[in-house]
Write a protein that binds this ligand. Structure first.
Ligand code: SF4
Length: 487
């Protein structure tokens, strides 16, 4: 069963998609490459699919490989090793990775010394069966195996270069480790130079019935606060202005007695950091102390991604999401009472097992009521290992799934257009990220509420630089972008 992903607006870092922690499986912007080392060093290219945690993990791998003597490749043609960091949230995501691995296999036939590795959630999900489906893959490494990546890649490369290279060699390392938080490892680049990621939590204990993440990422564990703060200070020292705290259910974070609210406040007070975001939270873990930290800390952005999935209690129960529609409404009300300007985005999963037309209408009604600024919208597809795949029929006809998703998208487009239009005439403080995609003369930035703003081409030089904070008056809007001038 194919799945569909549709996004209106953007969010800083995902969460699993169909659930809270994974985004679309598409190559991330800026595939990671290892720092330059000796010119004769073997070169690795990492291609990243999936969520922002994968982007952060790829960056960490680049740093680790760079420190252990690997150079950076700029393309697969230039690489001794191509490592694909993968997503398993949707079948389509895995199909795309297999298609990419097959393309690399063609390159490997021309250059038999080329090592191909698959890392991340798909590696963990498929394990040895991945090698059966794609025998040209040399290394299969799950998300808790990255410290061993230099040895895994070196062994695969030695096998490829040996006189016995015709003998198949496969390194499969998919051990999950409930203690692994990668403490002490820093990323190579940290992000885009303005906004950097810090993973504060790995794994998930929620076991929503549709979601494969707990099986591919293992049990929930928090990164020690000292390590989180070390990484945040490192980003600040490198000139980063914004930090995005990542976790599958990030606001469930705990490390010994330390809570997410305490960590959020501590990160917001790191010198040099102007904005703090986090993703992806779990709705019922918005405890009062977390809501207060968002409301009271000026540097914590007034933006929350709050994955609802469905507006029907029956569907939420079958999903085992741990809240009712009334609970969800109450969380929204508490957030809006504490921080009236807060922007909200969400995930919606359409066509889950047993979803009726009435359930679907209830989802549309909830969207109309809450009025999310943006949304990620998906159709349900079964993932093996999950409770839903084993026990709940995937019984909504594909045509109904497509039509319901189209209705959800149409509604969200209208709501987003209205939400963005309501910004016209307002003054916003915008963090400049870089040149806009459409015109190098224009700069692009983001509001505190995570709305993209295109700035005029004639900004003063002091403001036309990534990392600048600019006061802007919003002049016009589309359903996903604001346009402003200095205000
Ligand atoms: S199981 Fe965890 S990662 Fe998956 S949707 Fe539920 S909370 Fe999110």
């Amino acid at each position: 069963m194919s799945s569909g992903l549709h996004q209106i607006g953007k969010r800083p870092a995902p969460a699993s998609g169909p659930g809270d922690v994974a985004t679309p499986a598409a190559p991330a912007d800026g595939d990671a490459a290892a720092p330059d080392v000796a010119s004769d060093a073997p070169r690795v290219l990492i291609e990243t699919y999936g969520c922002q945690m994968n982007v952060a993990d790829s960056d960490m791998l680049v740093g680790l490989l760079g420190r252990t003597g690997w150079g950076r490749a700029r393309s697969a043609d230039d690489a001794d090793v191509v490592l694909i960091n993968t997503c398993a949230v949707r079948e389509k995501a895995e199909d795309r990775v297999l298609a990419r691995a097959a393309e690399l296999a063609a390159l490997q036939r021309r250059r038999p010394e080329l090592v191909i590795g698959i890392a991340g959630c798909m590696a963990e999900h498929l394990k040895e069966s991945l090698v059966e489906r794609a025998p040209w893959v040399d290394v299969v490494a799950g998300p808790d195996s990255y410290r061993r990546m230099p040895e895994l890649l070196a062994a695969a490369r030695a096998a490829r270069l040996s006189p016995d290279a015709a003998t198949p060699f496969h390194a499969v390392d998919v051990r999950l480790d409930k203690a692994e938080t990668y403490e002490g490892l820093s990323g190579a680049d940290g992000g885009d130079g303005v906004s950097g990621f810090v993973t504060i939590q790995r794994g998930c204990d929620k076991f929503c019935t549709f979601c494969v993440v707990p099986f591919t990422r293992g049990r929930e564990r928090g990164t020690p606060p000292r390590e989180v703060l070390r990484q945040v200070r490192e980003l600040a020292d490198r000139g980063y202005k914004e930090v995005v705290l990542l976790g599958q259910t990030v606001n469930s974070y705990r490390w010994e007695d330390a809570t997410f609210a305490e960590l959020l406040r501590a990160v917001a007070r790191v010198d040099g950091i102007e904005r703090v975001r986090f993703t992806s939270p779990y709705p019922v873990d918005f405890t009062d102390d977390v809501v207060a930290a968002i409301a009271e800390e000026p540097k914590v952005c007034k933006y929350v991604h709050l994955p609802v999935q469905s507006g029907s209690d029956d569907v939420l129960t079958r999903m085992r999401r741990g809240y009712t529609v009334a609970d969800y409404r109450a969380i929204v009300a508490r957030l809006r009472a504490a921080a009236p300007t807060i922007a909200l985005s969400t995930d919606i999963l359409s066509g889950f097992s047993g979803e009726t037309e009435a359930d679907h209408r209830a989802t549309l009604a909830l969207m109309d009521e809450v009025r999310f600024d943006s949304a990620f919208m998906f159709t349900y597809s079964e993932r093996d290992l999950t409770f839903a795949a084993r026990k709940l029929p995937d019984d909504v006809p594909a045509a109904d799934k497509r039509r319901r998703l189209a209705e959800i998208i149409a509604l969200q487009e209208r709501i987003s257009a209205e939400a963005f239009a309501a910004q016209v005439g307002r003054r916003e403080r915008v963090l400049v990220v870089g040149p806009s995609r459409r015109s190098a003369a224009q700069m692009m930035g983001r509001t505190d509420g995570f709305k993209t703003v295109i700035l005029p081409a004639d900004l003063p030089a002091a403001l036309a630089r990534p990392g600048a904070l600019v006061d802007v008056e919003i002049e016009r809007a589309t359903m996903a972008t604001l346009f402003g001038r200095l205000g």
